[in-house]
Design a protein around this ligand. Sequence first.
Ligand code: PEP
Ligand code: MG
Length: 598
Amino acid sequence: MSIQIFGLPVSRGVAIGRAVLIASGRVDVPHHFVDPARVDEEIARLTEARDTVAVEFDALKRDLPSDVPAELAALLDVHQMLLQDEALIGAAGDWIRERHYNAEWALSAQLEVLARQFDEMEDAYLRERKADLEQVVERLLRVLGRGVGLPAMQPHARDFGGDEPLVLVASDISPADMLTFKRSVFTGFVTDVGGKTSHTAIVARSMDIPAVVGARQASGLIRQDDCIIIDGDAGLVIVDPSPIVLEEYRFRQRQSELERSRLARLRHTPAVTLDGERIELLANIEMPEDAPVALEAGSAGVGLFRSEFLFMGRGIDLPDEEEQYGAYRRAVEGMNGLPVTIRTVDIGADKPLEGMTQSELRHESVLNPALGLRAIRWSLSEPSMFRRQLRALFRAAAHGPVKILIPMLGSAHEIRQTLEQVALVQRQLSESGKPIGKVQLGAMIEVPAAALTLPIFLKHFDFLSIGTNDLIQYTLAIDRADEAVAHLYDPWHPAVLNLVYQTIQQANAAGRGVSVCGEMAGDPAFTELLLAMGLRSFSMHPTQVAAVKQRVLRADTRRLAGAVDIVLASDEPEKAWAEAQVAGGAPALSPARLASVA
Ligand code: PEP
Ligand code: MG
């Protein structure tokens, strides 16, 4: 039977494929693909784990004290039986052989299949055996966790012996895990939790594949291998679609591919408005390897390199100065002389590190991580770590234009501390004689306190970058990663628009560069409004550059400017903006212009 599940649309387009389920509650299990050449080794890991658990059960049974109830021995027999059942280990082996899952993933996938069969049993006694099965699998996972896993690989469809697209379904996916799936076989994502600007959603968008988050029950309702459609525009997931629905979505898929290739033609068209204003369209990246994608999209540089992704998902093995220098240098060289803005680590909130330092442990324990030891606050609490990153950045600047961006500053005190560390690093580096480059220093404006005390920031920084994702979160007190309040997360809120407008205006008046690097910059629905506010620099996922450029090419900033006051004074800015657009009429395009925009 076909079912529909609604969530939040976070990455556009249509994906159709077979579900690969990472079950709820088992997200701590490592999920990766093994190299096809090492499938037998991975199956051997699984069978060795089974043998080890079998020995453990034997020992437990042998050593049972004589006064324990007889049921306990019987229970151990049940566990032994479940352990030896081919429906568990044999079938998990099939997941490894056919899908190249690592052993832990294969086991949890098979547990999911069997657990559903137990749930559907009529007999209450048998139904309760599900808990026993879970205990057996837990033991196996513990044994597997003691050993060393085989190295992970990035899979390609051909490794699965077929071209069938796969769609990942999970209760939650951490941003770090999401990144490991980058350039993998998955053609779509669905998660039960998450908001539109959670970092998991942001990474999904940067991958340019359809995704729906906050789909509450999805991982409970969808089964391994179900055929599903992800409608990333509507935030809809369709499980087991009828042939008619499937055909309709295949048609839409083809349409959006056509639209993409049409937009791709704008790649080399300069981003200039109808009235001749040159607009800078920059790219947001997560890894140095994204630089070619940013270039390919026709961006004018990198406006936000989220350096924290170099630090995440690697336990206590954090990158040292040399590794960071190498990574930043690769990004800089990859951009062929175009400017690269690298943000110092913004860990915390939904981008935690895996318990490493005392302060990190403190961070884990706070109740409101988004308000805790995050971003620059964390860097200032770990000054040697912060200086290591700054050194790597100054050294990378010897290879091309680098701008350093500091996240989440909120007070003059933090600004002073930051500038002291920067000055110290510059002194150290010039004494060491290592080649360094000149850098511009910028601040993110993403906390209302910063937006409301802008003159302090303008005094100390060369440029500003408005982080609308957090600015909305902190202005409206809405957790950006919580789907329960996602309907209240509103970029059109007058408070947000006023802060963005004031920041752009004051920076422009002071002659400082100002950009927007939050998701608003890449959303074509906001392009004209931001232009009208005076913004001339936008930073977004490379995949969005062409769509935003299309809006820029059709915009006339002289005609747009007049509507800003009306919108800012309105208690329904979205409506007021739409009405002002209709009243002003769409700007006319000359035939030559039409040809370049079409
Ligand atoms: C922002 O907050 O808008 C931003 C760009 O930073 P991040 O999304 O990484 O918090
Ligand atoms: Mg932010």
